[in-house]
Ligand binder design. Structure first.
Ligand code: SF4
Ligand code: SF4
Length: 214
């Protein structure tokens, strides 16, 4: 049985999603939001890797490499970023899915400072580079304006908004005010979200190191 989201996470999701779009809006959408992916927790990544090992990670315009060990899988498809509270406590690892280019290269965000600032700057000056997240069903044409073709997250399930599954938790958090009109959280909401995740899913740095040492 998969782990239901902890109460503090559910509260933040409910508050943040209030008066927003419905899941049906996303089903009909071409997913321009997936040009800059949210992050997965270690819990998501372990399930994505299980999905991969069962041969279920498939999309028609990109082939996932076969036979990768857990560490190589993570290095290939994610950028890892460590976050902690201002007092240095409650560190947590965020795993950002990489972005696919027009020629199927995987784009990694350089450096280890502010992941978001670095990524925003890279794509602000080079929007042609992003054809969307590696876990999107097919490439986005003409990002960030996008197109009208429906596409979807290959990690999505009907349980994604309630329990830890393969779909990255920060993608579950992300929403729109109206379809395709993305909601940008205020810095204090971002801090509250990160902090709640760090407390609800503790020890990911230690747990990840244990996984890759196996
Ligand atoms: S852009 Fe908005 S409406 Fe479209 S898939 Fe993303 S969250 Fe849903
Ligand atoms: S993991 Fe899924 S929802 Fe998140 S950015 Fe990638 S395709 Fe979109």
């Amino acid at each position: 049985m998969k782990k239901i989201f902890p109460e503090c996470v559910v509260r933040i999701l409910e508050d943040y999603h209030a008066n927003g779009i419905s899941s049906q809006d996303c089903v009909c959408c071409s997913s321009p939001c997936c040009g800059m992916p949210g992050f997965a927790l270690l819990e998501n990544v372990v399930l994505i890797y299980n999905f991969y090992k069962k041969g279920k990670l498939r999309r028609k315009d990109f082939t996932f490499k076969h036979g990768l060990a857990f560490r190589d899988f993570v290095d290939t498809y994610f950028d890892i970023w460590e976050w902690s509270e201002k007092n240095g406590k409650n560190a947590i690892l965020f795993f950002h899915p990489k972005i696919v280019s027009a020629c199927n290269d995987l784009i990694s965000i350089p450096g280890d400072n502010d992941y978001y600032a670095m990524r925003a700057q890279l794509f602000e000056f080079n929007p042609w580079m992003s054809k969307g997240c590696v876990f999107l069903s097919e490439k986005i044409t003409n990002w960030p304006q996008g197109d009208t073709k429906p596409r979807h997250c290959i990690l999505h399930s009907k349980h994604s908004s309630k329990q830890i599954g393969p779909k990255p938790i920060d993608c579950v958090f992300h929403t729109c005010i109206l379809p395709k009109m993305q909601k940008l959280p205020e810095p204090e909401v971002v801090d509250k979200w990160f902090s709640a995740l760090a407390r609800a899913f503790p020890g990911s740095v230690r747990r990840y190191n244990k996984y890759i040492d196996m």
